[in-house]
Design a protein around this ligand. Structure first.
Ligand code: ATP
Ligand code: MG
Length: 736
């Protein structure tokens, strides 16, 4: 019996739910269907617009085993593409990029083989053999002992020389090398030992290694430089492949050997993204090294008997004992206008699937900060469009303003709103995402694209899934990109989201590099790391073009503790902070800026006169309100004066609330704050204040365009203007 009741009750309940929620359920299903249809549309569109991944070499040009391998990989990639079509545009583009990159690698592999075949036959064979003698002479003329060699000689008394050639060498040539190197070393009081080897893999030419320095005249080295020098888009079609082949055939016809010089080292140990090497005698701190598998790393530790470097990419393919070479430059990133609108990784490679990046210039990721004489005072405002910031903690161009708060308090939201507000203001924005989820970055990108802010924005993404090394260099790379624009006389806004994760990444690297740990296990130089990063933000003097970098670093605190090590560090480096509070955030006061703890040490000079005038008494009023609000929480007995202060404060706090993606122009902010602080909104219920605000601006634009024009100039308001504003506001209130 009971079970029947239960069933009947259940049916009645289900009926009621169905009755009331029918519309909602239908709506959910409909929107889901629409979304799916839209995704399918997008996928179809990308399929139509994507370039066909054609075989890169005509079939007959590929040796059979390679052809099978290429075919198999391509089919696999195509299948994956077909699966991914259902997901949407971005993933499709990404897989396409991977396919193209893969094809490019295969192309070079095949090309190497076919070049070897060509060079092993006449007329190249005798040409290459004839080259040997002249190459030996050329190399002997070039040999110089480096300071690294001298240091090695001091300790070991002997320097090893290896002569490797493609074909067996004439003994007279070997003797010549032996005599010359022995004489050279004898002149500095050292000894030498010559090894003579052969490597048919060179395809042609010879290579001499003395100490860690290599003088290389082989064809394989020439091919390596040829591959690096190819500037065109990844070889993704038959035509492009044929063009490259023709280019090389032309070069090969009148092949002229060139001796390339570089230094080699050896991998001793590799683990956790850190690689220890020996050799590389003259390496510098911050220099880039390249491993045999093509991965690159940056030197971060130099000890007498070993060198430590961090690896940017995947380190699984690096083997201990394998060779590593100096690239000959300090770590740098591509810079230029081409980066605008793109998402790049920490070393400047595009990761948005929108194709190759053509940047002519590169800049070192570490660069000295402008000196005192190169700087101009911070005196031009950078409007964020957020009322609470522009009025109370104004930011000037060239300033470093910290955004600090617990997790989920709207830190990123403020930074993104500030970017959106730069639209049409001739400011380049760079958003450096450190240790964030890929989904949040793609959300940010989509949002910026939607409002048309990507046109002037670069996103540098060092994802949480990436190595600590990439997270460590990302802010430096972003700053290098910003500097390019600053030294070209432009204004840049750079956001580091966030430096706490950056500090953690650096701590990880330092511990792996066996550096002693200090407070909270961070290495002692973490303060220097952040200060040299943030010192690069500046407002340049007129002589240097007057450009600027404004930095908004973000720091995440734990339970509001701003006295922890990293927060105190960054607070003392920056020119002020915007402190966000979870309590305010949960009370609905968003953005959750704690007005008492937030300061801007230099921005006041940059604030427009009008805003300064309107916001002058705001701070005191809000401070009074906070104090009284805390106090009156305890009792209910309040006198009339206190109630008035509380009312006015609550109204001001309400006026400072602002939704996301709704930046407000400066004059609108000034007008609203003037209206509220002068009591023109006193008759409005606090919760209805948004209505008052919403109708205010269109009313002024329609009825008082002259006043609006005056406000837009940002100049100080005189008595006549203030009277005019009061009259207009009275008119507004009467209207409503
Ligand atoms: P995290 O610590 O995870 O990086 P965060 O401090 O950067 O978080 P956000 O991601 O910016 O915080 O915001 C957290 C949430 O609060 C988001 O869902 C966002 O939409 C919401 N939010 C932020 N600012 C506002 C605002 N002014 N009005 C309404 N919602 C907001
Ligand atoms: Mg965030």
């Amino acid at each position: 019996m009971e079970i029947q009741y239960v069933i009947i009750n259940f049916l009645i309940l289900a009926g009621i739910i169905l009755l009331f929620c029918r519309k909602m359920i239908v709506k959910i299903f409909r929107s889901r269907r629409e979304r799916l249809l839209q995704q399918l549309d997008e996928a179809e569109q990308i399929e139509r617009s994507a370039p066909p991944v054609a075989p890169v070499l005509a079939e007959e040009e590929l040796p059979a085993p390679d052809r099978r391998k290429v075919e198999a990989e391509r089919t696999e990639a195509e299948e994956k593409l077909a699966q991914l079509k259902l997901f949407g545009q971005r993933e499709c583009r990404e897989i396409h990029r991977v396919m193209i990159e893969k094809t490019k690698k295969q192309f070079f592999h095949v090309m190497q083989k076919s070049v070897a075949e060509v060079f092993s036959k006449e007329p190249y064979l005798s040409k290459m053999r004839a080259l040997e003698a002249s190459q030996v002479e050329e190399i002997l003329g070039m040999i110089k002992l480096t300071s690294g060699d001298m240091a090695y000689l001091k300790r070991h008394d002997v320097l090893y020389v290896t002569l490797t050639s493609t074909y067996p060498l004439d003994p007279a040539l070997v003797k010549r090398v032996d005599e010359a190197t022995t004489a050279l070393l004898a002149s500095v009081g050292g000894k030498t030992s010559l090894w003579v080897l052969q490597d048919p893999g060179f395809i042609g030419g010879l290579r001499l290694r003395i100490g860690d320095t290599v003088y290389d005249g082989t064809v394989i080295e020439e091919l390596y430089h040829f591959e690096k020098g190819i500037k065109r888009d990844p070889i993704s079609s038959d035509d492009a492949a044929k063009e490259v082949l023709a280019e090389f055939a032309e070069k090969a016809k009148n092949y002229k050997s060139k001796i390339h010089t570089y230094q080699l080292g050896r991998v001793i140990q590799i683990s956790d993204g850190i690689c220890w090497m020996d050799g590389l005698a003259d390496i510098m701190y911050g220099e880039v090294v390249e491993f045999e598998c093509g991965e690159r790393g940056m030197v971060l530790d130099i000890q007498p008997d070993r060198i430590g470097c961090v690896i940017f990419g995947e380190y699984e393919n690096i083997e201990s004992g394998s060779k590593v070479r100096r690239v000959g430059r300090i770590a740098s990133v591509p810079v230029g206008e081409a980066l605008l609108g793109r998402v790049v990784d920490a070393v400047g490679n595009p990761v948005d699937g929108d194709g190759h990046l053509f940047c002519e210039e590169r800049r070192p990721i570490e660069f000295h900060a402008p000196g005192i004489l190169d700087r101009a005072p911070v005196n031009r405002p950078l409007h964020t469009g957020i009322k609470a910031i522009d009025a109370l903690v104004p930011i000037g161009r060239g300033q470093r303003e910290l955004i600090i708060g617990d997790r989920q308090t709207g830190k990123t939201a403020i930074a993104i709103d500030a970017i959106i507000n730069q639209k049409g203001k001739d400011t380049i924005c760079i958003y450096v995402a450190i240790g964030q989820k890929e989904t949040s970055i793609s959300e940010i990108r989509e949002r910026l694209e939607k409002v048309g802010a990507m046109e002037y924005t670069i996103i540098v993404a060092a994802n949480a899934s990436g190595s600590a090394a990439t997270q460590y260099i990302a802010p430096f790379s972003g700053t290098a990109m910003a500097e390019y624009f600053m030294y070209a006389g432009k204004d840049v806004l750079i956001i580091y989201d966030d430096l706490s994760k950056h500090a953690v990444a650096y701590r990880e690297l330092s511990l792996l590099l066996h550096r002693p740990s200090g407070r909270e296990a961070y290495p002692g130089d973490i303060f220097y790391l952040h200060s040299r990063l943030l010192e690069r933000s500046a407002h340049l003097s007129e002589e240097l073009g007057g450009g600027s970098i404004t930095a908004l670093p973000i720091i995440e605190t734990l339970a509001g503790d701003i006295s922890a090590y990293i927060p105190t560090n960054v607070i003392s480096i920056t020119d002020g902070q915007i402190f966000l509070e979870s309590e305010l955030f949960h009370e609905g006061q968003r953005p959750a800026i704690n007005v008492g703890l937030s300061v801007s040490r230099v921005g006041g000079a940059a604030q427009s006169k009008l805003m300064k005038q309107m916001a002058s008494s705001l701070r005191t009023k809000l401070a009074q309100y906070r104090e009284l609000a805390d106090f009156t929480q305890l009792g209910t007995d309040i006198d009339e004066d206190t109630r008035q202060v509380l009312d006015a404060g609550a109204r001001l706090m309400e006026a400072l609330k602002q939704g996301r993606y709704q930046p407000l122009e400066d004059w609108k902010q000034a007008l609203l704050l003037f209206a509220v602080s002068e009591g023109f909104a006193d008759h409005v219920e606090v919760s209805k204040l948004y209505r008052f605000e919403r109708a205010l601006f269109p009313f002024f634009e329609e009825q008082y365009p002259a006043l609006v024009e005056r406000l837009k100039t940002g100049a100080k308001a005189d008595a006549a203007l203030l009277e005019g504003l009061r009259a207009a506001l009275r008119g507004y209130n009467e209207r409503s």
